[in-house]
Design a binder for this molecule. Structure first.
Ligand code: XIL
Length: 426
């Protein structure tokens, strides 16, 4: 399904699947696409809904292009902006595919995410095989970011500046930059250079397996707290969300929301950047139902978090997904099947988006007054949402257990309240 010659398996990113997998086996159920489409439903919730564009060639497939343009308001190049493709030789940039993808997005009223500017994977051989001094690497990284971000200046809403700087176990992930420039010096540099190259773009740190409270989330939280404390220009954290099908109940939604709110308290946005939910092949009605529950759960967390404005899946049709080649035996991870027919996951997304807007509902607000203002008029199950105890956490107050706030960022996530999501339970 994937055709790009520079692609490599990225097993690390999906090791976490084992923790959230359930199994099954029959044919996907095709249903009719929603009217209005996802992008219109999302717009009414203040959300951009996006999908990774497999490559420029797939845009020539009418069903692919039509579905993408109809349903999504945001795009991201699945590979075309990665170092290996866009910067194949030291003094050569190849913007052809990425330009085509950005042009498609613009022609269809979609904004773009840029992915990515510094990563351990999919780097060109001249970079990984070369020998460079510290100063040369600083120069190479600066030139790349200036050139690529500059090329798309004003046309990229969110850049993934640094991708996967933390290894699965929470330690630092080695890459050409960490080795040669130093860590976190290379991260600081990448963000500062990107900000200067396109001051209007929101700058993100992007990583996997941070969707639930965990040691790994703590490591990422510490990393971005350091950036904030050093005054490095970061705007948000991307939750990749490469998941396996399971049931996402209110504790699953709460876990995601807890992490999102911790970042909100640091002043950072969050985006869902690469969501897919794989199942064992062939899918069954049961596994597709669990998959739909996961899609809805991630979306609910994003809708409930006051700082989540982009919700992006890693592709949209099972015809083009990195999962089958990366995780043999698994697949069917996206909301449309291989024939561009909608799956239960699509229906779950549409139904969740179609619920009456209440955003922001649960959330950590900077001041009690802000919470009151935001929640004025909102009710959950007939009960008004108020920041009754004035602690800046506003939700269903009876369901909020504890909170602790701190005026200066610490390098561990605050003990955020268990925030109920009454709107989505039952
Ligand atoms: C994947 C692409 O989907 C594949 O086509 C490619 O072969 C490898 O990379 N985390 C990321 C993405 O940030 O860039 C990866 O994309 C998936 C994991």
């Amino acid at each position: 399904m994937t055709s790009n010659p520079t692609r490599r398996a990225v097993a690390v990113s999906v090791l976490l699947l084992a923790a959230v997998i359930s199994f099954g086996g029959a044919n996907p159920t095709a249903t009719a696409a929603s009217t209005p489409p996802l992008r219109d439903l999302a717009a009414s919730r203040g959300l951009r809904v996006g999908a990774a564009i497999n490559d420029a060639a797939t845009l020539g497939i009418p069903a692919y292009a039509d579905t993408l343009a109809r349903e999504y308001s945001m795009g991201v190049s699945e590979n075309a902006m990665k170092w290996g493709l866009i910067h194949p030789a030291p003094n050569t940039y190849d913007f052809a595919d990425a330009d085509a993808e950005v042009a498609f997005a613009e022609a269809h009223g979609m904004t773009m995410r840029g992915h990515n500017l510094a990563w351990w994977n999919q780097n060109p051989a001249w970079l990984t095989g070369g020998t460079f001094t510290h100063d040369q690497l600083v120069q190479i990284l600066d030139d790349h970011i200036n050139t690529v971000v500059g090329h798309y200046k004003g046309r990229i809403a969110e850049w993934d500046v640094v991708n996967e700087a933390v290894a699965l176990d929470g330690s630092a992930q080695p890459n050409p930059w960490s080795n040669g420039i130093g860590n976190p010096a290379y991260i600081d540099q990448a963000f500062r250079t990107a900000r200067a190259a396109d001051p209007a773009a929101k700058l993100f740190y992007n990583d996997y397996a941070i969707e639930q409270p965990s040691q790994r989330f703590d490591a990422v939280y510490a990393l971005v707290t350091g950036l904030v404390q050093r005054g490095v220009p970061i705007d948000g954290v991307g939750f990749q969300a490469h998941l396996g099908a399971n049931t996402c109940d209110s504790s699953c939604v709460n876990g995601m929301l807890t992490n999102m709110l911790a970042l909100h308290r640091l002043g950072l946005q969050v985006s869902i950047t690469e969501l897919d939910v794989s199942v064992v092949l062939p899918p069954t009605p049961a596994s597709l139902t669990e998959q739909a529950s996961m899609y809805a759960g991630v979306l609910k967390a994003c809708l409930l978090a006051p700082n989540c404005h982009s919700f992006v899946t890693w592709g949209f049709t099972d015809a083009y997904s990195w999962i089958p080649s990366t995780l043999p035996g698994r697949g069917a991870a996206l909301p449309f099947d291989e024939s561009y027919q909608t799956k239960p996951a699509y229906d779950a997304l549409a139904a969740t988006l179609a619920k009456p807007p209440m955003a922001p509902t649960c959330g950590q607000f900077s001041t009690p007054a802000a919470a009151q203002a935001a929640l004025s008029g909102n009710t959950v199950d007939g009960a008004p949402l108020l920041d009754a105890n004035g602690d800046g956490v506003a939700c269903n107050e009876s369901a909020v257990t504890t909170t602790s706030t701190s005026s200066s960022p610490s390098t561990t996530p605050p003990a955020i309240a268990t925030v109920a999501v009454p709107r989505f339970t039952g």
